[in-house]
Every structure is written in structure tokens, then in C-alpha cells.
Design a protein around this ligand. Sequence first.
Ligand code: S3P
Length: 181
Amino acid sequence: MSATGDGPARHLVVVGLMGAGKTTVGALCAERLRRPFVDTDDLVAATAHRSVAEIFAEDGEAAFRELERRAVADACASPDPLVIACGGGAVLDPENRRALRTHGCVVWLRAAPQVLAERVGADGSGRPLLARGDASSVLERLDAERSAAYEGVAHATVDTDQKDADAVADAVIEELTRCAA
Ligand code: S3P
């Protein structure tokens, strides 16, 4: 089945919570597919000339989400097929979900909150939402709040708990092949 309804999906999009491996796996997939890799957090930071943490601290989350919406739209509009890694909260916006699903094959990298907490480490690797409390509890809450959105936007799901990045990239590319069939 085509993801766009009028041809094979153009972009490969990876979504999931913080620590799911979107950046690592996205970059691996891009290398294997010989496609450019785009991370929406990097696009936002480049546009704002500030880090994501600085944008959250100085302008607040709503301002970040607005920049993120623009980054998602810009990435989706690329005429070249990309691999796009979306910041974990991008799927909360219905307009983002619609754009990603229309222009890409969307794969949800799913992991248990405890596994995600281990991956992001005690300091949350500079992620503002994880600085708001114990990473494990924040990720449990976000998992409960967001799972339906990930499920809704995704054409496929890859469970990453027991896999290393290479195995996840293999599974994601297999899903892309199915999307494009
Ligand atoms: C966020 C995830 C982060 C970043 C921002 C907010 C979220 O991206 O966009 O800190 O709401 O889950 P990663 O998922 O790439 O860490």
C-alpha cells in the first residue's frame, strides 16, 4: 500500500520518545539508503541559532513547538527523499502528523520507558523535558500520553528494547520496503 495514495512514500520518517534511537538509527538508515539525513531538532536549532534547551529556557515550549512545526513542514517539502528523525513531541501536533504520514513512511521506534530512561542517562542529555523531574517517571508519563499519537501516525512499529542500532536500522529499512510496495 502506498503511504501517499499517489505513489511510493518519499521520505523515511522515524518517530518515538526521547531515547528511542531516532537520531542514531535515522543516520544509519540514511547512510544505507544513500539519502540525506535530517533531524528536526537540528533544523530548529539552526533556524533559531540556539540550542533546543536554550529555546525552551528563553522562549518556552510553545515557541519551540512553533519552530518544530516549521521544521517538519520544511523537511516534508524537500523534493529529495530524506530520512527524517522527528523530535519526540512533534507527533502531538495534528498538522505534523498529517504532513509526516502524507509525505513519508513513518516508523515508530518503540521502547519501554525504563529502557529509554537507561539510554538517556541520569542527566537526560540536555533534554529540557527530562530536566523537570526523574527521567524514568517523566518518560512513563510521556509514554502514556503519547503512545496513541505514535500509533496513529506510524505505518509500522519496530520494537527496539532487545535490539542494537544496526538491527533496528535493518528492521526499519524492511518496513520502508513494505511501505513502498
Ligand atoms: C522532545 C524531544 C526532544 C526535543 C525536545 C522535546 C519531546 O527530541 O525535540 O527536547 O517533547 O519529547 P528527541 O526526541 O530527539 O530527544
